[in-house]
Ligand binder design. Structure first.
Ligand SMILES: [Zn+2]
Length: 150
């Protein structure tokens, strides 16, 4: 089985279902039904979905919804820093709530979030020591590949 680990550095935003409308308001984004339902779907930890999965899940609730609308909203939410796109080799990109620093354990199409603040501190320290304080980290994506020993 192939495993890969992705490490991202982002601004930490704690997802809170009750404050979704407030977050959209802060970002000056309209709280449309599609956006609210998308964010509600993406809110729980470990929630990673493709645009198609989100579309299939929300279509029964919003009959007029199109896949293009899903993509447009995901793009807007991504630009606003609320949603993160997860890109893995040879896989359809997936989307999740922007939850800050964490690792992705990938088994097939299943993604599991792993958190280790000490590890991220160590990586940030290493980057700072290597590249100096004038280098600003915007995004780090590390992928490690391996398989189970026989
Ligand atoms: Zn994740």
């Amino acid at each position: 089985m192939m495993c890969s680990f992705a490490v991202h550095f982002y601004i930490r935003i704690i997802p809170d279902l009750d404050s979704i409308k407030e977050i959209l308001q802060e970002k000056k984004m309209k709280a449309s039904s599609a956006r609210l339902l998308l964010l509600e779907k993406l809110q729980p930890a470990q929630a990673h979905y493709t645009a198609e999965e989100l579309f299939q899940s929300l279509k029964p609730v919003l009959p007029g919804l199109s896949l293009a609308t899903i993509y447009k909203n995901l793009e807007d939410l991504q630009q606003a820093g609320i949603v993160r796109m997860v890109t893995l080799p040879n896989q359809v990109r997936q989307f999740e709530w922007e939850r800050g620093d964490h690792l992705h354990l990938v088994e097939g199409s299943k993604i599991t979030d792993l958190e280790d603040d000490a590890l991220f501190s160590k990586i940030k320290k290493l980057i700072s020591q290597t590249l100096g304080s004038e280098f600003e980290v915007e995004n780090i994506d590390v992928q490690v590949f391996g398989k189970k020993k026989k």
